[in-house]
Design a protein around this ligand. Sequence first.
Ligand SMILES: C[S@@+](CC[C@H](N)C(=O)[O-])C[C@H]1O[C@@H](n2cnc3c(N)ncnc32)[C@H](O)[C@@H]1O
Length: 243
Amino acid sequence: MGGPPSWPWDLPLVSLYGAGVTGLMYDVPFVATPEVVARRMLQLARVRPGEVVYDLGSGDGRIVIIAVREFGARAVGIEIRRDLYEHSVARVRDLGLADRAAIIHANFFNVDVSNADVVTMYLLTSVNEKLKPKLERELKPGVRVVSHDFEVPGWRPIVVEEVYEDWRSHKVYLYKMPGREVPVPGRAVLVDDDRLRKVASLIDGSTSLEEIAVKLGVTLRSVREAVERLRELGAVKEVRVIK
Ligand SMILES: C[S@@+](CC[C@H](N)C(=O)[O-])C[C@H]1O[C@@H](n2cnc3c(N)ncnc32)[C@H](O)[C@@H]1O
């Protein structure tokens, strides 16, 4: 993948950052995750077709592109730098991925990420710490967060893996948002869709969405969609989140 143009004013920005002048500029300078590491991050997160991946600070868009092309995901990158945003939008368009990949030109602190199944980050420990309350507030239980090289302070990773690439090694931290989502039965309704009927038959007020997905051998997302449909029909009263 060809890199974006390198901008001469990167260095002053980086040194401003070092001097602690945040607000005025980016939280983290652009350094790309090597593709082999990006691929491993998505493998560790077990990204499945149709899932939604967010890359916070998406740089040249490589993680978004790999998630869509190689994992069949839908992916969203959020990038604050206009040059990188424009570069990645053009790349997504040229590759014909615009129906499954989106790049948002924004500060990731201001973008709602609550429909993510997987979040990837290559930021800094201090930025991860600032993002933590937002992620804890917005992300559903079971969402996987993968961070390249920098931990999320106070979270316990379920996997820490060293990935070797050329001359250096990279650490990948995998986290899973805790908690259970339990659908509560509503009123009895006639359901003619076989898939919905199977999901409905397992809803008893104590079985979680994840457990239903495992029992049926289907993705969590497809169970979530079925439960949403059942909620519209009145067969599910609510989905209780037990964090
Ligand atoms: C270390 S790079 C990682 C790029 C890409 N995720 C990857 O792994 O290849 C961090 C990126 O985050 C962007 N960034 C920094 N602060 C940001 C913010 N507050 N909102 C959105 N993007 C930000 C930077 O411009 C940079 O492109």
